[in-house]
Design a protein around this ligand. Structure first.
Ligand SMILES: Nc1ncnc2c1ncn2[C@@H]1O[C@H](COP(=O)(O)OP(=O)(O)O)[C@@H](O)[C@H]1O
Ligand code: SF4
Ligand SMILES: [Mg+2]
Length: 328
C-alpha cells in the first residue's frame, strides 16, 4: 500500500450565489462563495490530519469534496494514488465503501424511523454484502466495538430513545461496518455533552490501530485538534494559512491567525498562559474576499504589501508551511 492515502491539489469549491431579480437586471456577472479556494494537502496512511479554523472557513466543504459528496469546481483528488476527481457510476459506488464521513449532528444523520439494526446495517444492504440473518450478527459485532453494550439492548431502539452520545456511537458504527480505509470526521463531538467527548474521541483513536483507519478530522476547537492530530492545517476563508506537524505548529505558531487561535486555548498551568491575542472584527464574507492576504483586515502586523499581494504557502521547516509576508 502507498503511504500516501489521500492527496488533493489546487482544490477549489465555489458555490454560485443566487441573485435577486433586481440584481440580475443590473449585472450579468455571477458571484460565488469561494468556500474552498485552492487548497493542497496529503494524508499518510494511519495519520490523523486535521482541518481547523473558525466557522465558515470551508472545512466541511473541503471534507465533503474529498469524499466526493460534492463535486469540486477544479483541482484533483487522489485516493491510494488513483485520480478519483471524476469517478462516476460503479467505480464511485465501490469507492464509497472505502471512504466514509461522519457529521456533527448524529440526530440529523440518522433516519428517525429506522431502528438501530437497520440504520447500522443499511450500508451492508446498499452494497449487497449480506444475506439472511448475517446483517443482525454483523450489527451486533459493530455495536460492541463502539461501546454500545450489551448490543442486544440497542438493536431495536429508535434514535429518539438514545442519548446524544449513544446516537453518535450508532453513527460511528454505521460508518465502520464496511471496514473503510479513510474517514472524514466533521466536528464529531461538538454537539455531544462535554463530559462524553473524550470517550468518543478515544474510541475513534482506537479505530486507527484496530481497523487501520486514516482520518481527516475537522474541528473549530484547537484544544481538540491538539489532542487528536498528527498534522494540522489552519484554514482561513477557504485557504490554508499554516500547516505542519502538531508539535512544531503548537510550539511555534508562525502565522498571526494561528497565533491568535492558539492564544485562546486554556492551559492547565496559568503561569505559562500565553497572552490572549484578540482578533479584530468578524470573518469577512466568503463572497467578497479581501484582496492580497485575505487575513489583512484583521491582522495587527499588516503592511501596505499585505492588501496588494497574496502570500504563498512556503516551507519554513520540515513539513511546516506558512503563508505570510512577514515570514521569508
Ligand atoms: N451548499 C452551499 N451553498 C452555498 N454556500 C455554501 C454551501 N455550503 C457552504 N457554503 C458557504 O461556504 C463557506 C464555507 O462553509 P463550510 O464549509 O460549511 O465552513 P466550515 O465547515 O468551516 O464552517 C461559508 O461561507 C458557507 O456559508
Ligand atoms: S501577510 Fe500581512 S496581513 Fe497577512 S498575516 Fe502576514 S502580516 Fe498579516
Ligand atoms: Mg463545518
Amino acid at each position: 500500500m502507498l503511504s500516501e492515502i489521500v492527496k488533493v491539489e489546487h482544490l477549489k469549491k465555489y458555490f454560485p450565489v443566487q441573485k435577486s431579480f433586481l440584481e440580475q437586471l443590473f449585472t450579468r456577472e455571477l458571484s460565488y462563495v469561494k468556500a474552498v479556494d485552492d487548497v493542497a494537502f496529503s494524508i499518510r496512511s494511519g495519520e490523523i490530519f486535521t482541518l481547523a479554523g473558525e466557522s465558515g472557513c470551508g472545512k466541511t466543504t473541503a471534507g465533503r469534496v474529498v469524499v466526493r459528496l460534492l463535486e469540486p469546481t477544479s483541482g484533483k483528488i487522489y485516493f491510494n494514488g488513483e485520480d478519483i476527481t471524476k469517478l462516476r457510476g460503479e467505480k464511485l459506488r465501490l469507492l464509497r465503501r472505502k471512504m466514509q464521513m461522519i457529521f456533527q449532528d448524529p440526530y440529523a444523520s440518522l433516519n428517525p424511523r429506522m431502528k438501530v439494526v437497520d440504520a447500522v446495517g443499511h450500508p451492508l444492504e446498499i452494497h449487497e454484502l449480506v444475506k439472511g440473518g448475517e446483517k443482525k450478527k454483523m450489527v451486533l459485532e459493530v455495536l460492541e466495538k463502539v461501546g454500545l453494550t450489551p448490543p442486544e439492548q440497542f438493536v431495536n431502539l429508535y434514535p429518539h430513545q438514545l442519548s446524544g452520545g449513544q446516537r453518535q456511537r450508532v453513527a460511528l458504527a454505521r460508518s465502520i461496518i464496511l471496514k473503510p480505509e479513510f474517514m472524514v470526521a466533521d466536528e464529531p463531538v461538538s454537539m455531544i455533552d462535554v463530559s462524553l467527548r473524550s470517550t468518543i474521541i478515544d474510541l475513534m483513536l482506537s479505530f486507527r490501530k484496530e481497523l487501520g483507519l486514516t482520518y481527516l478530522f475537522i474541528t473549530h476547537d484547537l484544544a481538540v485538534a491538539k489532542y487528536i492530530s498528527d498534522k494540522i492545517a489552519i484554514m482561513y476563508l477557504g485557504k490554508i494559512v499554516e500547516m505542519g506537524h502538531k508539535e512544531p505548529l503548537f510550539r511555534n505558531p508562525m502565522h498571526p491567525y494561528t497565533q491568535a487561535l492558539l492564544s485562546a486555548i486554556p492551559v492547565p498551568n496559568p503561569e505559562r498562559e500565553r497572552k490572549r491575542i484578540e482578533l479584530a472584527g468578524e470573518v469577512p464574507s466568503a463572497i467578497d474576499i479581501p484582496t492580497g492576504c485575505r487575513f489583512h483586515p484583521r491582522c495587527a502586523y499588516r503592511t501596505d504589501k499585505c492588501s496588494k499581494e497574496e502570500p504563498q504557502l512556503i516551507e519554513v521547516g520540515k513539513g511546516h508551511f506558512v503563508a505570510c509576508h512577514l515570514i521569508k
